[in-house]
Design a protein around this ligand. Structure first.
Ligand code: ARG
Length: 257
């Protein structure tokens, strides 16, 4: 628990350091009914607690959803969320199918070639999850020869692909990887720290994290490269909500259990 809190505070400190004041722009596509610019924001809602479907209400909820709505309010935007699978989500943003995407997307060089990113809003890293009774996996060095589940095309997938001798098992959704881990079909899952912590909290007698956090990654909101006006609005809205302590509020609401 201490380690987890320390990591969250590191997150907040880094966010405070990178938050830059933005500038505002004129609306270019106002919605005649509300006077607000309407944007379609893609999210892969299979990633609790950042974006997932609340089964009671059938609505998309989570840290990212609250953050995007808060930014939109500051920026005079109206958001329509579109639930899209991970691979088409990234492709759709780069092709301009969506105005933006918020989906715990790690800002990284190959993605920056295909799309733009807002300023960072959160810091996470990859972590290994195993069954609670596991005694032979203690970290990255003990993964050779093991079946390790990831969400295909994520930074967890990148990380596991780089470890030699690992039997990588790629799933379309991280929930399927955790189901396989709980069902003894694989030995470990590698994914982002907040998602791992969420599953370990939910299945606390069955799962545990092991080893150090393997990477340091910043999440950003992704946009098609062409839309620099919307990027400026989102960055200005993000700076405003960060200044008001929104990230800390969302950490308490969604991550500290
Ligand atoms: N942060 C990781 C990445 O950018 C995983 C994000 C997955 N997000 C999701 N909603 N499935 O690759």
């Amino acid at each position: 628990m201490k380690k987890k809190l320390a990591f969250l505070f590191l997150t907040m400190a880094l966010i405070a350091a990178v938050a830059l004041p933005g500038c505002s722009n004129d609306n270019d596509d106002p919605d005649p009914t509300s006077g607000l610019t309407k944007i379609r924001v893609a999210t892969d809602a299979t990633w609790p607690p950042f974006e997932y479907i609340d089964t009671a209400t059938n609505k998309i909820v989570g840290f990212d959803i609250d953050l995007m709505l808060a930014i939109a309010e500051k920026a005079g935007l109206e958001v329509e969320f579109v639930n899209v699978e991970w691979d088409p989500l990234l492709a759709g943003v780069s092709q301009g199918t969506y105005d933006a995407a918020i989906s715990s997307i790690t800002i990284k060089p190959d993605r920056l070639e295909a799309m733009s990113f807002s300023d960072p809003y959160f810091v996470a890293g990859q972590i290994i999850v195993v069954r609670a009774g596991n005694t032979d996996i203690a970290g990255e060095n003990s993964l050779a020869g093991k079946k390790v589940g990831v969400q295909s095309g994520t930074t967890g997938d990148d990380e596991v692909s780089e470890i030699s001798g690992v039997d990588r098992v790629a799933y379309d959704e991280i929930g399927l990887a955790f189901a396989a881990l709980l069902g003894n079909q694989i030995d470990a899952v590698v994914c982002d720290t907040p998602v791992a912590d969420g599953y370990v909290t939910k299945y606390n007698t069955e799962l545990k994290t092991v080893g150090e956090v393997l990477t340091t990654e910043e999440y950003g909101i992704a946009l098609p490269k062409s839309n620099t006006a919307l990027l400026a609005k989102i960055n200005a809205g993000l700076a405003a909500v960060i200044a008001e302590g929104k990230i800390e509020e969302l950490v308490l609401k969604w991550l500290v259990s």
